[in-house]
Design a protein around this ligand. Structure first.
Ligand code: C2E
Ligand code: MG
Ligand code: MG
Ligand code: MG
Length: 285
């Protein structure tokens, strides 16, 4: 009957929540230890200009557990966000990324930029701009070499807190990219006033290219919008030659995805792309 159905489903839900909680607390403790043990590391996925040159790289965090398993950020970043570990991790990521970028600059990747993903809680901290400046200064790169990625949905959670911090960061010279664009609900009116330098078209729209006419229309429209707002547009998650060919019609669109390169360890990045470095890296925005 209805009553027992509801009561058993409630206790079932409660049990699931409790085991979720236990699992989360375990993972949180392990993650805490991982920071102490230096078990986090970064991979870098290139972002290519239309002419095939590397425009920037995006830092993507990974966690190597003691048993050798690699944990992806989609699993542990949300846990870190709930526990304030995210501030410590975020700081480490920016440090590591700026330090690696300085090394890449010295290795001939002149003017290369690094993109770093930020969590919502990092972006509401008013001390973020000064902290970033200190890290950038110490590593010897310039603010325009560092681009912070935040998602549209993050932005829309607390626009009144986040937008002033974004504006300050832009004034200081940092780049800001709107990640997973098209997945949130920011209005176009809002977009007009956002202090951003680029946007990344979410992979879900790229997946349907070139067959799906709706995806073709959406992607064309975002590219056009970006041009009109003087923003760099990056297509992310490009996996096939056909998707690539479609996007290459728009000469100014930047491209990131497995079809061109997977995320790489910094040493591999130097090994694979270092040889091509007679070519200058592009410098638009
Ligand atoms: P994101 O910033 O949107 O990054 C894109 C994700 O798509 C990455 O997954 C990347 O490895 C993957 N990807 C790239 N090209 C392709 C492709 O062609 N096909 C497919 N299927 N996937 C592709 P990853 O590294 O697992 O990162 C997942 C998410 O975790 C990121 O999404 C970002 O939101 C977050 N994240 C990663 N690193 C950090 C970090 O250092 N800090 C914070 N706060 N979040 C991070
Ligand atoms: Mg990103
Ligand atoms: Mg993305
Ligand atoms: Mg994403």
């Amino acid at each position: 009957n209805a009553v027992s159905y509801f009561s058993s489903s409630t206790s079932y839900t409660l049990a699931v929540q409790q085991s979720d909680l236990a699992q989360r607390l375990t993972m949180e403790a392990e993650l805490h230890q991982a920071i102490a043990d230096d078990d986090l590391y970064l991979e870098y996925q290139p972002i290519f200009a239309g002419n095939g040159q590397i425009h920037a790289i995006e830092a993507l965090i990974r966690w190597r557990r003691a048993n050798g398993d690699i944990v992806r950020p989609d699993i542990f970043i949300p846990i870190a966000e709930e526990s304030r570990l995210i501030i410590q991790i975020g700081n480490w990521v920016v440090h590591r990324a700026c330090h690696d970028l300085a090394r890449l600059h010295r290795s001939g990747f002149e003017n290369l930029k690094v993109h770093v993903n930020m969590a919502a809680s990092e972006f509401t901290s008013s001390t973020l701009p000064d902290e970033l400046r200190a890290i950038v200064d110490k590593s010897g790169i310039k603010p325009h070499h560092l681009c912070l990625e935040l998602t549209e949905s993050m932005l829309m959670q607390q626009p009144d807190h986040v937008i002033p911090i974004m504006s300050m960061l832009r004034r200081m010279g940092f780049g800001i990219s709107l990640d997973d664009f098209g997945m949130g609900y920011s209005s176009l009116a809002h977009l007009k006033n956002l202090p951003i330098s680029s946007m990344k078209i979410d992979r879900s729209f790229i997946m349907g290219l070139p067959q799906q006419s709706e995806d073709r229309a959406i992607v064309r429209t975002i590219i056009e919008l970006g041009r009109n707002l003087h923003l760099n547009v990056i297509a992310e998650g490009v996996e096939t030659d056909n998707q690539l060919a479609f996007l290459r019609q728009f000469g100014d669109t930047l491209i990131q995805g497995f079809v061109l390169s997977r995320p790489l360890h910094v040493d591999d990045l130097i090994r694979v792309y270092g040889a091509e470095l007679d070519l200058p890296v592009t410098t638009n925005r």
